[in-house]
Design a protein around this ligand. Sequence first.
Ligand SMILES: *Cc1c(COP(=O)(O)O)cnc(C)c1O
Length: 388
Amino acid sequence: MTKFRLASRVEDLPPYPFATIDKMKQGTLSKGVDLIDLSIGDPDLPTPKHIVNAMKMAVDNPEHHHYPSYVGMYPYRESVAHWYKKRFDVALDPATEVIALIGSKEGIGHIPLAFVNHGDIVLVPSPSYPVYSVGTLFAGGEPYIMPLKEENGFLPDLKAIPEDILKRTKLMFLNYPNNPTATVASDGFFKEVIGLAAKYGIIVCHDAAYSEIYYGSDRPMSFLEVDGARDVGIEFHSLSKTYNMAGWRIGFAVGNRDVIAGLGKIKTNIDSGVFQAIQESAVVALQTEDSTISEIREIYQDRRDVLYGGIKRLGIEASLPKATFYIWARAPSGFNATTFVERLLDKAGVLVTPGVGFGVYGEGNIRFAITQPIERLREAVDRMGKAL
Ligand SMILES: *Cc1c(COP(=O)(O)O)cnc(C)c1O
């Protein structure tokens, strides 16, 4: 049989960071262990009923059975603009400053194809969501790593980026509230980003997938709230995390119209948009009462407090998450990220994600996802206590 060789763009990718973990997970499950999986960045809670009901109606409408618009139905883009106005007091033109995405991952993966030439630099944080660097590599760009260090509040040190790199930089990815470090960014940091981007002609791509999963009264801000942001960049959003809609595959990007148009150009050529019934349900989702989202946040907050308190008592160091449904913790001395993950899996039947999966600067850390019911988190703490 012919042996088909993968394209070098695929062959040259760093090995899939979670492949070994997947294997270990399967091994543990096959032994019949009652695994507590705290590795998944996928909400365990169901999509709110009113959204599911909207979908049931929408799917019956034959108008929605056609090819959708590439950039999204106007009513969906309008509802995104309304949501932005209400949530961030940012006014957007639905016609030119909003685009529908098949989940924000799709837009993040595709944006470098629209703007990055072979050899262009893309600034990518480490640790971070792996799609930033993979999308860059697929487009022929070179990721330049911006370390996120605890002493800098897990913000990149922009002053540490050499001038010759900045001159070759086309695009920069940022993500706050941050996966995996669970930190938020301030106005001052975004101002610094905008100054740098304007000076060097860099497109800023801010991933705000977790803007609604926060604790306390300090709501994370949108990059677009800051003066000048729209001149240099766009923001990606997801309905997956806010409305427990990860399986539905819908998100959006907003901001600079030329950047949005560039992304649209790629999409016109390789996909055909989001099923309109899903877009119609997403309109309903974006109109969800604040109280419903607050209830979801309260569930996460209770879970965070149980798990954070629990691991602290076990002597595992972590900083209290300000947002997201993750806890970024340090592997105890004597372990690296992977060996600690192995220990927790073998001895406690608890699966977490090794920080190295998010890049070299994630080494030494592990990420707990609190996407399991609170009783399971209590059980996980008990078992880890016995195992360590
Ligand atoms: C979950 C996640 C996304 C992707 O969400 P979609 O389901 O594709 O909308 C994007 N960025 C980060 C940082 C995420 O954790």
